[in-house]
Design a protein around this ligand. Structure first.
Ligand SMILES: Cc1cc2nc3c(=O)[nH]c(=O)nc-3n(C[C@H](O)[C@H](O)[C@H](O)COP(=O)(O)OP(=O)(O)OC[C@H]3O[C@@H](n4cnc5c(N)ncnc54)[C@H](O)[C@@H]3O)c2cc1C
Length: 461
């Protein structure tokens, strides 16, 4: 289905968290928006329950509202400073939840819809869009459950391997929580490339036979989350197989798969016969996940173990006893782009720059993150329409850090969806003291304030 004619400057496809926020930001700047939402036209996604805009499909929480020590709380602060509709509606719909921000989802959705419906610059059209428009400024915010025909059109524009349909998430660990006295850095068979780090590309956490057996038993016994019925119908590739499924196939399967120790000389296990170090019985490898080197992912460790079970089991791995996880593993249906490869720094499709993407389909994860990327996409589009050069948000802000990650700083080869977290921020070493979470949030707040006062991007028309 292509859009019926209306007068608009920007066409937004998808009226979820991101599309609604983008529409608000544009409309407040005097830009005429057509917002196409397929729910309400007889269409539904497998997870939504209503026709309301900005429906929260699962939990009713925007997570922590602490803007002094928490990265998502900081994102709340920044969005409020930029007149976010999602945060405004969230405030109206707020229910008690301690330091978290939880909302009544029906009140929240109704608030968002009412504000957009009442806005003279917004036309909401209930229709499903099946193809990327050939021309005209467009924001695609169709989320993790993008409809099939549109996903096909995106695949034709980007290449099949650049649109994922499953989030096969391996856990990601903060580097400074890894005990490097128990592991070492080396690439298998010492195979390095020009881009390699000194000494190799992987942190190797070695296991002896007893440790390996107890670990595999932990995988077999650990509590798992179930696939939803509609997820069962979406095939996943062998490359996404959860580690516990591999463990079920036999004791040795993992040791000949992601945990194989061959070609890795453990310098902590040197004998006269093996002066370079013996190969470990099994190994867990960590690979750098962002350009800053602050985040490392557990290679091949996608899992459906429940979060608490993951933390308990993965902290039995040598070197990871005190691991802090930037995110835990998972596997669920999720349509998202390999954004570091296909989008430019302004969220535009390199192959068709009149099209921007926003929300979870860009590879951010979570209600708040999706809305934040919608907010930025709206501001960027408004700047483009006004003929202004976009002044990038400081990377020291939560929004800037998240945006930098998905539009180029993340490793494209291992790109997975990502929540906002302090590991995405540039280290603040230059301030010359131990970095506390408050250092990140203080710096972010002052840098955002300066950006707002120095640019016109934050100022509605
Ligand atoms: C099952 C599930 C549970 C989740 N639970 C949580 C959670 O508890 N907490 C959390 O923070 N995050 C959660 N997420 C992740 C994510 O934050 C939310 O999905 C969030 O809503 C993403 O915002 P979005 O605007 O990118 O997409 P959405 O909110 O999904 O909005 C996309 C919109 O596009 C519409 N659409 C799709 N295709 C078309 C088309 N072709 N034409 C027109 N309209 C179209 C859809 O109907 C939808 O309204 C969950 C995701 C899923 C899939």
């Amino acid at each position: 289905m292509t859009a019926k004619a209306t007068f608009h400057d920007v066409h937004i496809i998808g009226g979820g968290l991101a599309g609604s926020e983008a529409a608000w930001q544009l409309a407040q700047r005097g830009v005429k928006v057509r917002l196409s939402e397929m729910r309400g036209s007889g269409e539904m996604t497998p997870a939504h329950q209503t026709d309301g805009l900005a429906e929260m499909v699962c939990s009713n929480s925007f997570r922590s509202d602490d803007d002094t020590k928490n990265a998502v709380g900081l994102l709340h602060h920044e969005m409020r400073a930029l007149d976010s509709l999602i945060m405004r509606a969230g405030e109206v719909a707020r229910v008690p939840a301690g330091s978290a921000m939880a909302v009544d989802r029906d009140v929240f959705s109704a608030e968002v819809e009412q504000a957009l419906q009442a806005h003279r610059n917004v036309t909401i059209v209930r229709e499903r869009i099946d193809a990327l428009p050939d021309a005209g400024l467009t924001i695609v915010a169709t989320g993790p459950l993008t409809s099939e025909a549109l996903a096909g059109s995106i695949v034709r524009a980007t290449g099949a391997e650049r649109l994922a349909f499953f989030d096969a998430i391996a856990p990601i660990i903060h580097h400074d929580s890894i005990d490097m006295s128990k592991c070492w850095i080396q690439s298998r068979w010492n195979k390095t490339t020009e881009a390699s780090n000194e000494g190799g590309d992987y942190i190797n956490c070695p296991m002896n036979e007893a440790q390996y057996r107890s670990f595999v038993q932990g995988l077999l016994d650990g509590e798992k989350t179930e696939f939803k019925q509609w997820e069962k119908d979406t095939p996943y590739f062998d490359g996404c197989m959860p580690i516990e499924v591999m463990a079920e196939r036999g004791w040795e399967t993992l040791r000949y798969g992601p945990m194989k120790g061959v070609g890795l000389d453990n310098p902590l296990d040197v004998t006269p016969e093996f002066p370079q170090g013996r190969w470990p019985y099994a190994v867990v490898q960590l690979r750098q996940d962002n350009k800053l080197g602050t985040l490392w992912n557990m290679v091949g460790f996608q899992t459906k173990l429940k979060y608490a079970a993951q933390i308990e089991l993965f902290r039995t791995i040598p070197g990871l006893e005190n691991a802090e996880f930037a995110r835990l593993g998972g596997l669920h249906r999720n349509t998202f782009l390999n954004s570091p490869e296909v989008l430019d720094r302004q969220l535009r499709l390199r192959a068709a720059p009149h099209i921007r993407f926003a929300g979870q389909v860009t590879g951010c994860e979570g209600y708040v993150e999706s809305a934040a990327i919608g907010l930025v996409a709206g501001m960027m589009t408004a700047a483009e329409l006004a003929g202004r050069d976009w002044q990038p948000l400081p990377a020291t802000t939560a929004m800037g850090a998240l945006l930098s990650h998905i539009t180029g700083d993340a490793e494209a080869a291992t790109f997975q969806t990502m929540n906002v977290n302090f590991g995405l921020f540039p280290p603040l070493h230059e301030i010359g003291k131990k970095v506390r979470k408050e250092d990140y949030t203080d710096r972010a707040k002052s840098d955002l304030q300066q950006w707002i006062s120095e640019t016109r991007e934050a100022v509605p028309a």
